[in-house]
Write a protein that binds this ligand. Structure first.
Ligand code: 2GW
Ligand code: MN
Length: 295
């Protein structure tokens, strides 16, 4: 029986989904084998989610990193688009991590929305810039976020919001389906296959995208801390997982199943064409300028 019909639920948030009357969709998978919902357009009533999370007093921290050239390239567009689409109606606290705080332009924020810029060091290798986000997020949840917010969402900066990304995405532990893999057979998933890495898995449930993950502050703290520890253990053993932090995230979600999964509508790449199952673009990959940014 599917999570959408059952009355006995995995988590508090899933319990809310019964009351909120999540609908299935015939053309896509809307429920996992462990009965977590996979959120697609058409399954939920946005107004009901807004109401219930306002009543519950949910508040959301958004973390994003803009280090080196990624600041000029992506940050402003990311934040401005987020002001139009991310968790409107709930209190939102942005945590922007950068090596050059003085370069962050001030943007106009809506009511109950605030932004903090926090200076972090710039690692020389881009792989470390990406991986060490886990440590910074974990530390900031401990020192700050847990006192102010119920939930945390962590984003890559090279993306823009183009549609509602609302409280229907909130849950205890939230994973994002990777746009390039959600219709592919498992054997093509790019998990880390090196038994010497802490991220090694032979199989999994889905291929998750590290560009978006979130949950309650407690669950995100546990996730980021665990991933950081695995990353450091790999370093001691002189190995690096195939897709860096993303490989460790996939291992973590294989062992600790997410309570809620976001459809690729929540992180879409428009270079993928002709998908009738994608009914709305909520967050889009920004164009990559690898040769300019990765040298
Ligand atoms: C990253 C790669 C190469 C050169 C620079 C950077 C870089 C990343 C940087 O110079 N400055 C910076 O702030 N970043 C941050 O790390 C930024 O927030 C960016 O969105 C994030 C991840 O890097 P990104 O977006 O270039 O990598 P993707 O889009 O290929 O990311 C996937 O794979 C990564 C691991 O290789 C991560 O898991 C990421 O979460 C995935 O989406
Ligand atoms: Mn990215």
């Amino acid at each position: 029986k599917c999570c959408l019909e059952s009355t006995k639920m995995l988590t508090e948030n899933d319990a809310a989904d019964t009351a909120l009357n999540l609908q299935s969709r015939p053309d896509v998978q809307t429920c996992t084998s462990w009965r977590a919902p996979i959120i697609w357009e058409g399954m939920f009533d946005p107004d009901l989610y807004d109401q219930i999370h306002r009543k519950q007093g949910s508040s959301v921290a958004l973390t994003v990193f803009a280090i080196g050239r990624y600041l000029d390239a992506y940050l402003e567009a990311f934040l401005n688009s987020s002001e139009h689409h991310f968790m409107l109606g709930l209190p939102v606290s942005y945590y922007v991590f950068t090596d050059t705080p003085e370069k962050v332009k001030s943007i106009k924020l809506g009511p109950q929305r605030s932004l903090r810029v926090i200076q972090v060091q710039r690692h020389t290798r881009w792989q470390d810039i990406s991986m060490m986000r886990m440590k910074t997020i974990s530390d900031t949840i401990e020192s700050d976020i847990r006192h102010h917010c119920t939930h945390v969402f962590c984003f890559d900066v090279d993306q823009v919001f183009t549609g509602r990304f609302g409280p229907e995405a909130l849950g205890d532990s939230v994973a994002q389906l990777h746009a390039h893999y959600y219709r592919l057979p498992k054997k093509l998933f790019t998990y880390d296959r090196n038994p010497k890495s802490q991220a090694f898995i032979e199989t999994g449930d889905f291929y998750y995208h590290a560009a978006v993950f979130g949950g309650s502050w407690k669950d995100v703290k546990a996730l980021t801390e665990a991933c950081y520890k695995s990353i450091m253990e790999d370093k001691q053993n002189n190995v690096e997982a195939l897709w860096h932090d993303e490989s460790h995230l996939n291992k973590y979600f294989w062992i600790h199943k997410p309570s809620r999964i976001l459809s690729p509508e929540y992180c879409w790449d428009t270079s993928i064409r002709n998908r009738t199952d994608i009914r709305v673009f909520r967050l889009l990959w920004a164009p990559k300028h690898y040769n300019k940014l990765r040298t």
